[in-house]
Design a protein around this ligand. Structure first.
Ligand code: SF4
Ligand code: SF4
Length: 354
């Protein structure tokens, strides 16, 4: 790790504080400076037209102005601290409550991204960063308030992080961080005063996206492009969690047997150290009592999808496998559920399988 700051401004070195929280890279900067540069990057990359031309969810389109102009969000005289934290350091959820597919089973499993079997980073990140920032505050000797967030504010966090120097945005649309590839999530804190600037980063080489193209080649649905244009409505990650309700055959097939998330393009970076994806037992997911499934995923980011969407995705995974055995399970589910979305999905699958 290397550390840049006016060391007299801190009673304790931020690098030491970072190390005890497993943070890979962190920058403290004046919010106004970063937000002006971020707006320029967003304008130059035509981010707004990408969003307008794509099928992004309403909440993204509705907050477009704020996303394009981060400076409208907070007062000029404040600081932002932006950190990259590796997914691999997150504790696992209680795996004793999850039933994974038995390797010898003839029934296919439902793919789940590795990070979804770890504690939900949105919540965990906020709590560890709050502790980190409390230590930074004490080390600075200043009196200021701060608010932590991760992926929950209408701010282009990846662009802000790139501009601040926390990492570099890759062609897979994720932040690349020295020594961790695309295996980090971003967590930020807005401080109500300008605090001393500092930067802690790995001493490894800055991981400029080598444009090796591995993520573009490996994405099974051809979602990514050299121009950073992202075909949202074809992305497995988006389909399995953001597309709610009933979905058509074409979209079900694009999920390719996944029930939640996709990390193919993030794992494609050679230096990524991501938790491995796993396969969930689909029979367990579809036919266990709802309370058992909700409880099993309670601390996982998969709880964001909710049980009906996870089960809809499980039906799509059975359809994708397309065997007698899997269609039999779809039939069984249709006759045992009260959910309109699941009944409609099952009926559609059975109709197209005839
Ligand atoms: S896989 Fe290659 S092209 Fe894609 S983000 Fe990683 S380094 Fe960049
Ligand atoms: S998350 Fe999966 S489907 Fe989406 S762009 Fe990456 S590899 Fe493609």
């Amino acid at each position: 790790m290397t550390y840049n700051a006016n060391k007299t401004q801190f009673k304790r070195n931020p690098e030491t504080i970072c190390g005890s929280y497993g943070i890979s890279s962190v920058v403290s900067a004046v919010f106004h400076d970063i937000s002006v540069k971020a707006s320029e990057v967003l304008e130059n990359t035509k981010f707004s037209s990408f969003i307008k031309n794509s099928e992004y969810p309403d909440y993204m389109n509705e907050s477009l102005t704020e996303r394009l102009n981060p400076s409208t969000k907070f007062p000029a005289s404040c600081s932002i601290v932006i950190a990259a934290v590796p997914f691999r350091i997150l504790p696992e959820i209680n795996m004793a409550k999850i039933r994974l597919r038995d390797e010898k089973a003839t029934l296919p499993g439902g793919k789940i991204a590795g990070y979804a079997l770890k504690l939900d980073y949105h919540r965990y990140a906020k709590s560890i960063f709050k502790e980190f920032m409390t230590e930074i505050k004490e080390a600075s000797g200043m009196n200021f308030s701060f608010e932590c967030f991760s992926d929950t504010k209408a701010i282009s966090e990846k662009v802000m992080a790139q501009v601040a120097g926390t990492g570099i945005r890759g062609l897979n649309s994720c932040l690349r961080v020295p020594g961790e590839g695309s295996g980090c999530f971003i967590v930020s804190a807005i401080c109500d005063r300008i605090i001393p600037e500092f930067k802690v980063e790995s001493s490894l080489e800055v991981p400029d996206c080598g444009r090796c193209g591995a993520c573009l080649k490996k994405c099974p649905n051809n979602v990514l492009s050299e121009s950073h244009k992202f075909k949202y409505s074809k992305c497995i990650s988006a389909l399995t969690m953001e597309f709610r309700g009933y979905i058509e055959l074409e979209q079900r097939n694009l999920m390719r047997g996944s029930i939640f998330g996709c990390d193919i393009c993030t794992a494609a970076c050679l230096d990524s150290k991501l938790p491995a994806s796993k396969e969930i037992d689909l029979e367990w997911l579809l036919f266990s009592p709802s309370k058992e499934i909700e409880n099993a995923f309670r601390e996982s980011p998969a709880s964001y999808a909710g049980i009906t969407i996870l089960r809809r995705n499980a039906l799509a995974a059975l359809e994708y496998a397309g065997t007698e055995q899997t269609f039999e399970l779809v039939r069984k589910l249709k006759n045992s559920t009260g959910s309109e979305i699941l009944i409609r999905t099952a009926e559609d699958i059975l109709k197209t399988s005839d």
